[in-house]
Design a protein around this ligand. Structure first.
Ligand code: PLP
Length: 392
């Protein structure tokens, strides 16, 4: 098979496409991170990141992927044997929980069907039953990238308040920040976990935790071992973040990606993600209309994710050959299934630097792949997406 030409359409749910102007902004040699030229860029990018998080609180950043931010949240907030309650949503909630166990925490899972999502009432009940307030933190993934499902955070906050429970609210925004609505301060979130490579449209490698005053106070008594991610140590550094060398080019990129987000307007960015997600769903709905066609993995429309759609393959068909065909023939990369969903689903990422023609190209490639692989599906998914986007 000859190497595919033309633009590589990257439709994974992260990392995401990096805008040309962000690439240009990062294309520079090394600079001393204490140099006044860089400090100015850093401060602008840092202030912008806080605006995107809609917070006045402090953000601690590190050279790490999202896993590092998870580790930062756990190591900074808890002591050995502390209990945390992790809301099950899919692969990523399970990984965060596994990390908590590895750090010696008593991790309770709030069980949920991966296709439906957790019930808010169950969260309330679990917290209300914890009359001794043993649960120190409630961990929630705002947008579960493996299943294509999101969770309404204001309702989670209300559940905690209604149970009059003092647990810290920790939220993973790795595949939602810059794509779905998010308001750290208004929604009373104590610790936000985020990363560079999705809605912020940057390369992988910088991740962060945003920390409320309540969380910082808890941190000061927390005894889990930590060093690289230690918030106290970070807050004493000149940049009030980072232990060690700062990835300077990422900050030139971050300043530019925030400029792009704000030029479009954060509300418009969210509206664009909502629109492109709905167009994707129109296509999937059409494909699903055939007998034995692929289906939405998420069977709870209220929780459909606006940054990724996970599509369940018909029984007995693997998604891997389909993804391979689409990649090799059309230069379009889709996400695969993770752990127990391996081969059972494919994931269409529709977040970050994306517009209508890019999405339609991806949907067209998926529909052609379904034909080539002989997978039953309703015809006209791309048409349905176009009709929606054109406002028919
Ligand atoms: N949380 C969510 C919701 C994610 O989607 C990911 C990665 O895709 C992670 C955490 C882990 O981040 P990373 O792979 O950057 O370590």
């Amino acid at each position: 098979m000859p190497k595919p030409r033309g633009r590589h359409f990257f439709a994974n749910p992260g990392p995401t496409n990096i805008p040309d102007s962000v690439l240009r902004a990062m294309d520079r040699g090394s600079i001393d991170f204490n140099d006044s030229e860089f400090v100015e860029v850093y401060e602008e990018a840092y202030a912008g990141l806080k605006r995107v998080l809609r917070t006045q609180q402090h953000v601690f950043m590190a050279n790490a992927s999202g896993h590092g931010a998870w580790e930062s949240s756990i190591a900074n907030l808890f002591s050995p044997g502390d209990s945390i309650l992790v809301v099950e949503s899919g692969f990523f909630s399970d990984e965060w929980a596994a990390m908590g166990r590895a750090f010696g925490l008593n991790v309770q899972m709030l069980p949920a069907d991966w296709r439906h999502g957790a019930y808010i009432a169950d969260m309330h009940a679990a917290l209300a039953a914890d009359t001794e307030h043993r649960i120190k933190g409630l961990c929630v993934v705002q947008n579960e990238t493996s299943t294509g499902m999101s969770i309404p955070l204001p309702a989670v906050r209300q559940a905690i308040d209604a149970a009059k429970h003092p647990a810290l609210l920790l939220v993973d925004t790795i595949s939602s920040l810059g794509s779905l609505e998010f308001r750290m301060d208004d929604w009373g979130i104590d610790c936000v976990v985020g990363g560079s490579q999705k809605g912020l449209m940057l390369p992988t490698g910088m991740s962060f935790t945003a920390v409320s005053e309540k969380a910082f106070a808890a941190h000061q008594h927390a005894r889990l071992p930590r060093f690289y991610f230690d918030w106290t140590m970070m807050s004493k550094r000149a940049h009030r973040s980072f232990i060690g060398t700062i990835p300077t080019s990422v900050f030139y990129g971050l300043r530019e990606s925030i400029r792009l987000l704000e030029e479009e307007g954060l509300d418009n960015v969210i509206a664009r993600h909502t629109r492109l997600a709905e167009a994707t769903r129109r296509a999937v709905q059409t494909w699903a209309s055939a007998n034995d066609g692929p289906q939405f993995f998420c069977n709870n429309p209220e929780r459909y994710s606006n940054s990724v759609t996970t599509v369940l393959m018909p029984e007995g068909r693997s998604s891997d050959p389909l993804r391979k065909t689409i990649r090799e023939r059309f230069n379009v990369s889709l996400g695969g299934g993770l752990t127990k969903l391996s081969g059972r689903v494919f994931r269409i990422g529709h977040l970050g630097d994306l517009n209508e023609p890019m999405l339609l190209g991806t949907l067209g490639a998926v529909e052609m792949g379904l034909r080539i692989e002989g997978i039953p599906h309703g015809r006209g998914g791309v048409d349905a997406a176009m009709a929606y986007l054109a406002g028919d």
